[in-house]
Design a protein around this ligand. Structure first.
Ligand SMILES: [Ca+2]
Ligand SMILES: [Ca+2]
Length: 625
């Protein structure tokens, strides 16, 4: 918390402000006529590993203000300024042993003075060594605006451009943190163990603000989602229900409604062009040994979207500012893990330094990066520890498998061939040698940016369940997109069509799919199947990090095993429409000495003698013993 004590303006100050209003379009909020209008981060902590931190002070012509602080342990290291005189970056050192508490920051310029009361808080016990999500987890991804509306009173907020229009696909629909909190027990029942929400920060754009990737204030949870305290409450409720909470980190861009845009902190704060220039979106340029420098430049300096000013993290002041944003929220909301958005759209060496600078505070923190590329070799380049020839280490402990996602979308819809159908899985996993840690690959059938899996398999329940079975039993850890547990429909190739409201998240909804009664027969078949799979995975490390062994697909049948010292799980996939008899003689190297297989979702037992019969378009998951 900050408390600002105001002193009257001098006449000279009024002139400067008037000039600013005229020449930069900057307007002072009449209610907060203090000299210093913003102090960020809004509070900080003692006993951080990095004892130095940056305070961004914003106010008219602050650049040359004299500053003094008197608090045992806190010293001013330096003042940094930019070409914009309205910003002052104050670097403070907080010595080890400094007591938490409040102190005054005195600013003075001529006869103009202001006192800012700043607070250093005490960190939670064990904050630095907090554990993170791991391959033992199953992650649930949701978009807060589209999941559940727990508080209709915050649907429209004075001063915020967009209210709720559920009838418009790209408008806000009213979901919020209170809604998510109310459904955490549902998620725990489903069997997921981590929650990744897309961003919750203030996003006051005039269109498509619901997705919140275009931030307008990093230190404020959007009031249409809740208050800052509600984010911490969400974390508490997650933790008390056995779920971890993952924050969506967006280092590439903010939003065009960000308050910076009214008075840009420095000429090189953003990547700018004479006229609007988009990225070339060719992330492959980073790993291409033949890539032209101009292509890399356009990839990183071009904007992701017109309403998302492209941040230049190579500006050290911005780098520190944004690093602290995420440390602030990890501390404030007791966050367990990070997901990094659009990683390769940044200069990747800077992005790596950025992630490392946060992990320096949290050495156990796992970070999954969105590197949306379509070959294992390129994705593997971004997994930390990959021993790349050029020495690059992304600091991402986990990467998302966009290749496997494509295989899931295609394999059950096409005939078997040398490289089609189930051979797609076989050939993809065969390339896992490129990954430093295949267990830490995030697998998914769908997410908020791509077609829903229900679309990919045309709502065929059998194919859908095949996808779920393989998602939960393969190497790596699964991510479930909200609604996938009930085969929620979508519209192919349409962002809005990937993000329908969860039925039952709104009081007025015709059905409540959060309950068995509100789900259709097909919904329940899918939900119950996934629930059993997730809970089995949760309780059986063999599916979390057990060794994987696969056999070449034959006759539309594909077999792989997961095993550890305690257990062996055999997964048999039949991609034929008709039932097949699987001859077991090929699998002796694992099945030797085992005679029974218990199917984990039905409890049915199979005698493992000569062969096993398996229905068409089905996966059998046998605990063999
Ligand atoms: Ca609401
Ligand atoms: Ca960029």
């Amino acid at each position: 918390m900050i408390l600002v004590i105001n002193y009257p303006y001098s006449n000279m100050k009024k002139h400067i402000l008037l000039a600013l209003i005229i020449f930069s379009g900057f307007q002072l909020n009449a209610k907060t006529q203090s000299w210093v209008q913003r102090v960020e981060p809004t509070y900080w902590w003692t006993e951080m590993n990095q004892s130095e931190f940056q305070l961004m002070l914003y106010g008219a012509n602050l650049k040359s203000a004299e500053i003094s602080i008197s608090y045992p342990g806190v010293t001013i290291v330096r003042k940094s300024v930019t070409d914009n005189p309205n910003y002052l970056f104050l670097y403070l050192n907080v010595a080890k042993g400094t007591l938490p508490g409040k102190f005054n920051i005195e600013l003075k310029k001529g006869n103009h003075m202001q006192t800012i009361v700043y607070e250093l808080k005490k960190r939670r016990n064990g904050s630095a060594v907090r554990k993170s999500f791991t391959e033992a987890d199953a992650v649930y991804l949701l978009m807060p605006d589209r999941f559940a509306n727990g508080n209709p009173a915050n649907d429209s907020i004075a001063g915020y451009i967009q209210g709720v229009h559920r009838e418009i696909p790209g408008a806000r629909h009213g979901g919020d943190i209170a809604g998510i909190i109310s459904k955490i027990p549902y998620l725990a029942e489903l069997g997921v163990t981590a929650l990744w929400t897309t961003p919750l920060f203030d996003n006051n754009d005039s269109a498509y603000s619901y997705h919140h990737y275009a931030c307008s204030d990093y230190y404020k949870i959007d009031p249409r989602f809740g208050r800052n305290e509600d984010y911490a409450r969400l974390s508490d409720v997650c933790h008390s229900n056995g779920l971890k909470l993952i924050i969506d980190v967006v280092p590439n861009h903010c939003g065009s409604s960000h308050w910076w845009m009214k008075d840009i902190p420095a000429k090189n704060w953003f990547n700018t062009w004479p006229t609007y220039t988009s990225s070339n979106y060719r992330m492959t340029a980073w790993t291409d040994p033949h890539a032209a420098e101009s292509d890399k430049y356009r990839l990183t300096h071009g904007w992701f979207a017109p309403n998302m000013p492209d941040l230049n993290l190579q500006n050290p002041l911005l780098f520190d500012y944004l690093r602290q944003v995420y440390v602030f929220w990890i501390e404030t909301a007791n966050i367990d893990g990070m997901r990094v958005d659009t990683y390769p759209y940044n200069d990747i060496k800077t992005a790596a330094r950025f992630v490392k600078s946060i992990r320096n505070e949290y050495p156990n923190m796992n970070v999954v990066g969105e590197c949306w590329i379509k070959t294992p070799a390129e994705i593997a380049y971004y997994q930390s520890g990959n021993n790349n020839k050029d020495g690059f280490d992304s600091q991402l402990t986990s990467v998302m498998d966009f290749c496997l996602k494509d295989v899931f979308s295609a394999a059950f819809n096409e005939p078997e061939s040398w490289d089609g159908g189930l051979a797609r899985f076989y050939l993809l996993y065969a390339q896992d040698f490129v990954y430093s840690n295949p267990n830490m690959i995030m697998n998914f059938l769908d997410n908020h940016d791509i077609d829903r899996y229900s679309t990919a398999v045309k709502r065929d329940v059998n194919k859908f369940k095949m996808g779920l079975a393989m998602l939960i039993t393969t190497r790596g850890y699964p991510q479930i997109y909200y609604g996938t547990e009930i085969m929620l429909e979508g519209i192919p190739g349409d962002y809005q069509g990937h993000r329908f409201d969860f039925p039952g998240g709104w009081v007025a909804d015709k059905r409540n799919a959060f309950t068995a009664e509100g789900r259709t027969t097909a919904d329940n078949e899918v939900f119950n199947y996934l629930k059993v799979l997730l809970n089995y995975r949760k309780n059986n490390p063999v599916l979390q990090n057990g060794m994987m062994k696969q056999f070449i697909p034959e006759n539309g049948l594909y077999v792989y095993f997961r095993s550890n010292n305690e257990k062996t799980v055999m997964v048999i996939v039949n991609n034929n429409t008709e039932a097949k008899e699987l001859n077991l003689s090929r699998f002796g190297e694992i099945l030797s000495g085992k005679s029974i297989g218990t199917e984990i979702t039905t409890g049915k037992t199979y005698e493992l003698q000569n062969s096993v019969s398996i229905s068409g378009k089905t996966v059998l998951i046998l605990d063999v013993h």
